[in-house]
Design a protein. Structure first.
Length: 138
């Protein structure tokens, strides 16, 4: 007889290593009899992303103590603290590269250039009339 299957969310304290997504038998004593049920662990809430990549860094003792103190104050381990801080800084740097900052005069000149209709000079017109040496893949 096939045991009854039921999906449950297992809190971290009830998870067993290697039980992710695997049927685990649980024996319950009910009225003096043993009841076997297969429990499918669905740990979506508690599963994190599989982390296979590794970073190795060297720091001097003072920097390490600083990072340890900051991680402790943030209630995370040093690795998580360093990854969070580095990712935040990386996002800031990349956001700066996507933003164009202009002075007021440059912004006015840019806006005016966009408002003027484009003019096609003879050299550009000749280039547009020549047959293309390539084809778009459409």
């Amino acid at each position: 007889m096939e045991p009854e299957k039921q999906a449950v969310f297992a809190p971290p304290e009830h998870r067993r290593k290697g039980a992710r997504g695997v049927a685990v038998r649980r024996r319950n004593a009910i009225a003096g009899t043993a009841l076997d049920t297969a429990v499918l662990y669905c740990q979506c809430k508690y599963m994190s992303v599989v982390k296979d990549e590794r970073l190795q860094i060297r720091v001097d003792p003072a920097q390490k103590r600083l990072l340890e103190r900051a991680a402790e104050a943030s209630h995370v381990n040093v690795s998580a603290f360093v990854v969070q801080a580095a990712a935040l800084r990386a996002e800031e740097i990349l956001a700066e590269r996507q933003t164009v900052r202009l002075s007021e005069a440059a912004a006015i000149a840019f806006t005016e250039a966009l408002a003027r209709p484009a003019t096609v000079n003879d050299r550009l017109a000749g280039a547009l009339r020549r047959p293309r040496k390539f084809r778009w893949l459409d």
